[in-house]
Design a protein around this ligand. Structure first.
Ligand code: HEM
Length: 503
């Protein structure tokens, strides 16, 4: 059989064949492609196959590529901890090549000099704690705007109004990143009540289309191209204009004035050892796209699911609200400096990230050489997919895995005092770990906690009339809630607190 790798074992120098992980037998040439297409969505088929074979690691052949899904933390750690450097590159796809302008940015770029350079520039100039700290006021503006936007919807009716939580959450994420990156909330005129205009709707919607298709198993390279063009249509003129301005004001652009730089300024003004700009115009454009894509989906999806689950379990909702009231009170709005106190809110978010990940798999990790994982042969070029779904819902790891139970994250061994959203033990995937781990742990955590905490503190949430439960069904095609979550919001703080947000 072709798929067997012979390994010389110890001093005996006996040839011992290592097998590939178990999997459905592949047809010649196309492998398992036909099976997978017949049984869409692909991730369901893959998880069904693994269940049938009773395995936490499998091998699926798509054409000549070995896809290796993994559903146990032990094996996941073997990949991202013990063999991190072997599995640190990404697949080459048309979609990712296009979205990164020819592999110029970070997240989807294969391991190499370009990835290294961009990761270094972004780590030291863009996502460093000094920069994030200096842009706190922008995140605060957007946290206020979120409350204002929801409040304005409530004011339309005395008993509270039904709010589209998905919409509010996604727009908050888009606003935060637009404000931090481009120093603006709106590409166009915006809307009086704090909500998005046409441009912002189109921007955020296009980001989600790109994300949905980046590594999908379907041949959908054309759809994301349109969406990428739409995002670029908004970003690129701002980037070009800013680069021009900065080159005109070169003389006045003092180093000491770093304080008010937004992320775009930070990218433009980054210098290499010789004092020349580190990044080309294309690299800046690609990196802005990359950061925008990386920011919007996880926090908004986690909060939408968390709040839906919490409305269906009022005890949990009450406990989370009481937590915020106890540490923050009702006299002022919750802020980032409160986050260390908000352990129960963070436990709810961890639970949402575990049970309702935004995507079935982590970003793919491709091996740069042959390797052995869980005693199986993993050939060079394999795509290892840590299953966010399989890990987070693994019944050998989690009791009642399908139940939303934030308590499971409180006081567990590695979280004595502080609940964090990170999960380095990979019992579920939140930010991953290792050299391809998420670069936005601090920002992503802050955004998620503030988004949920502001919604909980600012409003009493309940079911829309005539509904007995929030419908927590998943979409047929992915892991999003089948329908955008709608719930009734009623202001619960003094009117002055909301009114002072109205600009
Ligand atoms: C709750 C929010 C977030 C979650 C759950 C999350 C999760 C992840 C995950 C699972 C990965 C892939 C890790 C891997 O390949 O093993 C990743 C990669 C990445 N994330 Fe995040 N992320 C979040 C927010 C952010 C934010 C706000 C930023 C930046 C503004 C960001 C920037 C990145 C980048 C640049 C990568 C690619 C790293 C690389 O390939 O070298 N993320 N993130």
């Amino acid at each position: 059989m072709l798929n067997i790798f012979f390994k010389i074992q110890g001093s005996e120098k006996k040839l011992k064949p290592l097998a590939l992980p178990p999997g459905p037998s592949p047809c010649p040439i196309v492998g398992n492609l036909q099976d997978m297409w017949r049984k869409k969505p692909a991730f369901n088929w893959i998880h069904d196959v693994m269940k049938e074979l009773n395995t936490d690691i499998a091998c699926i052949r798509l054409g000549n590529v070995h896809i290796i899904p993994v559903t146990s933390p032990k094996i996941a750690l073997e990949v991202l901890k013990d063999n991190d450097s072997t599995f640190a590159t990404r697949p080459l796809t048309m979609g990712t090549e296009y979205s990164s302008r020819g592999f110029l940015s970070i997240a989807v770029v294969p391991l190499g000099q370009q990835w290294k350079k961009m990761r270094k520039v972004v780590a030291s100039h863009v996502l460093c704690s000094a920069r994030l700290h200096s842009l706190l006021f922008k995140r605060r503006e957007e946290a206020d705007n979120l409350v204002r936007f929801v409040y304005n919807q409530c004011c339309k009716s005395g008993s509270g109004s039904v709010v589209n939580v998905r919409h509010a959450a996604r727009q908050y994420c888009g606003n935060v990143m637009r404000n931090m990156m481009f120093n603006r909330r709106y590409f166009g005129e915006g809307i009086e009540d704090g909500g998005p205009g046409f441009e912002e709707e189109e921007h955020v919607e296009s980001l989600f289309i790109v994300l949905q298709h980046l590594y999908s198993f379907t041949l959908s390279d054309y759809l994301p191209c349109d969406a990428i063009r739409t995002v670029s249509k908004y970003h690129d003129p701002i980037i070009e204009e800013r680069i021009q301005q900065r080159s005109h004001h070169h003389g006045n652009y003092k180093k000491g004035s770093d304080d008010h730089q937004d992320l775009l300024d930070a990218l433009i003004s980054a210098k290499d050892e010789t004092g020349r700009p580190s990044l080309s115009v294309d690299e800046i454009k690609a990196q802005c796209m990359d950061l925008m894509l990386a920011t919007v989906d996880n926090p908004s999806n986690a909060v939408e699911w968390a709040l839906g689950e919490m409305i269906n379990q009022p005890d949990i909702l009450k406990k989370a609200k009481e937590g915020v009231d106890m540490f923050v009170g009702k006299e002022r709005l919750v802020q980032e400096y409160d986050i260390p106190q908000l352990n129960y809110v963070k436990a709810c978010l961890r639970e949402a990230l575990r049970l309702h990940p935004v995507a079935p798999f982590n970003l793919p990790h491709v091996s740069t050489r042959d390797a052995t994982i869980a005693g199986y042969f993993i050939p060079k070029g394999s795509h290892v997919l840590l299953s966010r779904l399989g890990l987070g819902r693994n019944p050998n790891v989690w009791k009642d895995p399908l139940k939303f139970m934030p308590e499971r994250h409180i006081g567990s061994t590695d979280h004595h005092l502080q609940v964090e959203l990170t999960e380095p033990e990979l019992r579920f995937v939140s930010f991953g770990r290792g050299r391809r781990g998420c670069m936005g742990v601090a920002l992503g955590s802050e955004m998620s906690v503030i988004l949920l905490a502001r919604l909980l503190q600012g409003f009493d949430w309940s079911l829309p009339s005539h509904e007995e439960k929030i419908d927590l069904a998943e979409s047929k095609y992915d892991l999003l809630m089948a329908k955008p979550m709608h719930a009734r919001a009623k202001p619960r703080l003094a009117a002055e607190l909301y009114n002072q947000l109205i600009k």
